[in-house]
Design a protein around this ligand. Structure first.
Ligand SMILES: Nc1ncnc2c1ncn2[C@@H]1O[C@H](COP(=O)(O)OP(=O)(O)OP(=O)(O)O)[C@@H](O)[C@H]1O
Length: 204
């Protein structure tokens, strides 16, 4: 599924962050979001994934086509690895969690409660959830935090497989993930400061 973003503007905490964002992401393609800390990469991903409304512009792909993985792992602490994946698979109408366990080398940890995993293992489980969504467009915010080199490579392979199967990925990351990808530097879309004209606007 193709994602076409046109003239998008987005805000965080009521403050415009980015404007005029436009790009196309075709099936099979990945795009790396770049730009300094605080420029608006997370804000853009949240807006594209439908977690917050844009100030302006259009996003061609519906939120139902997007799987969003935020900074936080979002795991159920007392559920095991298998139970976490099964829980998420059911939400997305899927049943098979075996490929997710395999892709992220989680089989040996399948019976362990999420709260007893290391930070990197939690992150692997968080990312494995992408595979049980069945959704074509992955939007990932700093997905490699806490991962060691082998796990980064494993994650890179999982994304590459997703792309080969006709998926697409938009990834905010500062590191090279080992597969061919375009780069979108969001610095080019930094919102210009504007005058606040009313009390209501100042505290919106
Ligand atoms: N909850 C919030 N309320 C108000 N402003 C926020 C909030 N979260 C972030 N911001 C501000 O919004 C702007 C964009 O933040 P955002 O998290 O999108 O940047 P980023 O490019 O993802 O940064 P990083 O590379 O550090 O993760 C920043 O100036 C930040 O300080």
């Amino acid at each position: 599924m193709e994602l076409v973003v046109t003239d998008l503007a987005c805000a965080r905490g009521g403050v415009p962050v980015l404007e005029g964002v436009g790009f196309t992401l075709a099936a099979g393609q990945a795009l790396m979001l770049r730009g300094p800390n605080g420029i608006g990469k997370t804000t853009l991903l949240r807006t594209l994934a439908g977690l917050q409304p844009p100030l302006a512009g259009t996003v061609s792909a519906p939120p139902e086509s997007i799987a969003y993985a935020a900074h936080a792992d979002g795991l159920k602490a007392t559920l095991t690895v298998t139970e976490n994946l099964t829980f998420w698979a059911r939400i997305f109408g899927q049943t098979d969690i075996a490929p997710a366990l395999e892709a992220f080398d989680l089989a040996d940890l399948a019976g362990r409660p999420a709260q007893n995993l290391s930070a990197g293992q939690k992150r692997r489980l968080g990312l494995a959830r992408l595979l049980v969504t069945g959704r074509p467009i992955w939007m990932l915010d700093e997905p490699t935090v806490s991962l060691d080199a082998a796990s980064v490579a494993q994650f890179g392979h999982a994304v590459a497989r997703h792309l080969a199967q006709g998926g697409a990925a938009l990834i905010a990351t500062h590191i090279d993930l080992g597969f061919e990808a375009g780069v979108l530097d969001v610095t080019a879309f930094r919102a210009r400061p504007r005058r606040i004209d009313s009390f209501d606007e100042a505290f919106a």
